[in-house]
Design a protein around this ligand. Structure first.
Ligand SMILES: [Zn+2]
Length: 517
């Protein structure tokens, strides 16, 4: 009976195709249920969280979310993202430290984005083109149809196979290859989307990115870039091309779609052009950041610093925002500051930072990124950021701002301000493992040990490591028993409840493994 946990849902999708062009389902016309697909996705996610190449960089994360959230909103309002999937799936992005150009969709609404992709695309429009395509593979249930063939296997086994494919797709020069799984070769063929699926993801993705306000020319410039890269480079650094072969048909379709849409479109307003320009400086800076976080090696870091010094010396009168010069200079200088800091040349970093600031002063989002960079440099140098004395945590909004300022206040021994703000933050973002971790440190500094252990437990639970979370919740419980004054009644009952919830999750998972095997 419990086997129905992993049984196939009756496919609601019609096989008629018709005007919407949805693909007929494969074989027995069945799909994996959304709940079963999410369970498989959660197992894969739990492994990725533990992989040393998983990167949680709040600054790049905010930048990706500024592209991702409008795409999700557009997919919802176009009716591509059905309510059930919207609710059941994670719709979450993983950043992976890998220099190859790749993005991929996983079961359950998880997506992987390689740092190499962010470092290589030329604009947020190109980034949106790739993400909208991947998003559409999931909203159109392509993944579930591919997995239907494996549906008699246990979730952990399917998860292991997919992790094996991920490991096989890693670039050979990736920092490490700790993602391991079984049967990579066997699964490889089965995880490739069909040509029809690729064309459907192109078509749906195009509509989604256009509705989300991105320049649809991003699709064709991305295609051109990938084609060029494929001609120049055959070293396997482009897994995206392997999984998404650029057929001449796909390119032709993208071009005709673009012509149709631009014939119908009105001229972009001054304001939207200015907005696009604003995103360009930010993109250039985030691309530079991604290239450096991908650990390119000491020589490459020195080259980035040298390039920034060269540009800084030739900065004449300030170029106007959104001009090609300003975009290029902002990217090069941001990269130079960050690279110099990695090389522990903090004086060099600060002098380049002084040159960078005027370039973004008029561009709000880029300016915030530069302010956060200044704080990061101080923290890396082991200095209390000067701004820490005047920070008002209540006014921090974005995740990067909240977490960076929290670290800056910790350096200034304002742990109480940090825990006050982060308590509110995690209430709204309970899956933010890094915030829980910082909260644990802030409580620790205030000698609130039970709360610190609980926050640590929550950070493990947020990364789906339930056994580790249970161990910590239990440690908090035994501390409370041995020292009843260590926590108040409310804290104690929260911990008891959370311990039971996590134990239940562990039991359920063990049960599924048994039944499905
Ligand atoms: Zn695809």
């Amino acid at each position: 009976m419990a086997a129905t946990n992993f049984s196939l849902a009756q496919a609601p999708r019609s096989a008629s195709g018709g005007a919407t062009g949805s693909l007929p389902s494969l074989g027995d016309n069945s799909e994996l249920s959304a709940a079963a697909e999410r369970r498989i996705g959660d197992r894969i996610a739990a492994s990725i969280y533990r992989d040393p190449d998983y990167v949680d960089d709040p600054v790049l994360g905010d930048y990706l979310q500024s592209i991702w959230q409008p795409l999700l909103t557009a997919a919802r309002s176009r009716g591509e993202l059905q309510a059930e999937l919207d609710e059941r799936f994670a719709w979450d992005l993983f950043l992976i430290r890998d220099r190859s150009i790749n993005a991929f969709a996983l079961p359950g609404g998880y997506f992987g984005v390689h740092l190499g992709l962010i470092g290589s695309v030329g604009s947020s429009d190109e980034m949106a083109a790739v993400l909208a395509h991947e998003l559409s593979h999931v909203t159109q249930r392509h993944i579930s149809r591919l997995m239907t063939q494996q549906s008699r296997q246990a979730p952990w086994m399917i998860a292991a196979m997919i992790l094996g494919v991920l490991a096989a797709n890693k670039s050979p020069n990736a920092a490490s290859a700790a993602i391991v799984g079984g049967q990579a070769v066997a699964a490889q063929g089965q995880l490739n989307f069909s040509r029809d699926m690729e064309r459907e993801a192109d078509r749906v993705g195009f509509g989604v990115m256009t509705d989300a306000g991105f320049d649809s020319r991003g699709v064709t410039t991305m295609f051109e870039k990938l084609q060029q890269a494929a001609r120049l480079n055959d070293s396997g650094a482009f897994p995206y091309l392997r999984s998404h072969p650029l057929t001449t048909q796909r390119i032709a379709e993208a071009q005709s779609r673009l012509q149709l849409s631009s014939a119908a479109a009105i001229q972009p307003s001054k304001e939207s052009q200015a907005n696009a320009g604003k995103a360009h400086e930010l993109h250039a800076m985030m691309a530079a950041r991604a290239r450096i976080l991908a650990v390119p090696g000491v020589d490459a870091l020195h080259a980035i610093v040298a390039e920034a010094r060269h540009r800084s010396a030739s900065l004449q009168a300030l170029a106007s925002p959104a001009s090609a010069d300003n975009i290029r200079d902002a990217g090069a200088l941001y990269g130079g500051v960050f690279a110099a800091a990695q090389l522990r040349d903090f004086a060099g970093a600060r002098s380049l930072l002084t040159r960078l600031k005027p370039l973004t002063a008029e561009i709000p989002r880029a300016n915030t990124a530069v302010e956060l960079l200044a704080i990061e440099i101080d923290l890396l140098a082991g200095v209390v950021p000067p701004s820490a004395s005047s920070v008002d945590m209540a006014k921090t909004r974005s995740r990067a701002e909240v977490l960076t300022q929290a670290r800056s206040l910790m350096a200034a021994h304002r742990a109480r301000d940090v825990s006050d703000r982060l308590q509110t933050w995690v209430a709204a973002h309970p899956k933010d493992a890094m915030a829980w971790q910082l909260l644990a440190v802030a409580y620790g500094q205030q000698n609130q040990t039970v709360r610190a252990i609980r926050a640590d437990a929550e950070s493990r639970a947020a990364q789906l490591d339930y056994p580790a979370a249970r161990d910590r919740f239990k440690a908090a419980q035994s501390l409370m028993r041995s020292n009843p004054s260590s926590a108040d009644y409310v804290e104690g009952s929260i911990i008891d409840t959370r311990t039971r919830q996590v134990e239940l999750l562990i039991k359920e998972q063990a049960l599924q493994d048994k039944v499905d095997r």
